[in-house]
Design a protein around this ligand. Structure first.
Ligand SMILES: C[S@@+](CC[C@H](N)C(=O)[O-])C[C@H]1O[C@@H](n2cnc3c(N)ncnc32)[C@H](O)[C@@H]1O
Length: 224
């Protein structure tokens, strides 16, 4: 099971389960990320999503900004195929299999790089974030969202209430979320340590209001 072996590759069942019960709850909290990317990336610009899962966020971004070119990378071929199916009517979105730790793109390739709920699965989180920064052009925007290990019970409960699980399963889902998902997420110190060695002109680590999430954001140093 993915939650008891967090760096294991998502199987077909893991991918189905995440898509069916959880992905929409995550997507509901990403409106501000779409706005940030649209504000930062000019028309015709390119965006990388790392750990793109079933493609929900990439499709949402593509609908909001049809002039952007969006590439999703995910370790799981099952997820890539779900994402490709979901984005079949979006000509500006594509997905490929690959690891966050070894991105198959040249340096300075993207105007923005985003990752949502994926970093907790990476066996070397510092390497993955450094890879995202490498493929970002100077002045490009980096956004990493992960579940906050220090989240309040109230925020966790309202997030789990958005899962598509039947109501009687909410209590066990909340326990599972706190133990295996938030419990293996990032806390503020982890996130600050990840950002500290990297070349940003500005960077922030913050809790997202009313959601059990942390957001790392930054602009890659160097002139664009
Ligand atoms: C919790 S899901 C999040 C999916 C999507 N970002 C979302 O918000 O719906 C985590 C995703 O990260 C992917 N993943 C895990 N380890 C990875 C790695 N090392 N490189 C790239 N993707 C990875 C998984 O296959 C999975 O699709």
């Amino acid at each position: 099971m993915i939650l008891t072996n967090i760096t294991r590759r998502y199987t077909r069942i893991d991918s189905w389960f995440y898509d069916r019960f959880i992905a929409d709850a995550v997507l509901a909290g990403t409106a501000s990320l779409v706005e940030d990317i649209v504000a930062a990336v000019p028309a015709g610009g390119s965006v990388l999503e790392v750990g793109s899962g079933g493609g929900q966020f990439a499709v949402r971004l593509a609908e909001a900004a049809p002039a952007l070119r969006i590439t999703g990378v995910d370790l799981s071929r099952e997820q890539v195929s779900r994402a490709a199916q979901r984005a079949r009517h979006q000509p500006n979105v594509s997905f490929q299999a690959g690891s966050a730790l070894d991105l198959s793109f040249p340096a300075d390739r993207f105007d923005a790089a985003v990752s949502i709920g994926s970093i907790k699965h990476w066996p070397d989180q510092a390497k993955g974030v450094a890879e995202m920064l490498r493929v970002l052009r100077p002045g490009g925007l980096l956004l990493v969202v992960e579940v906050d290990r220090g989240c309040t019970l109230r925020d966790a409960r309202s997030f789990v209430a958005r899962f598509r699980t039947p109501r009687p399963l909410r209590a066990p889902a909340l326990m599972g979320f706190r133990t295996y998902i938030a419990g293996q997420g990032l806390d503020l110190d982890d996130a600050r340590k990840l950002v500290a060695p990297l070349a940003f002109t500005d960077s922030r680590v913050e809790r997202t209001p009313a959601d059990p999430m942390l957001l790392i954001s930054g602009t890659k140093a160097g002139s664009s």
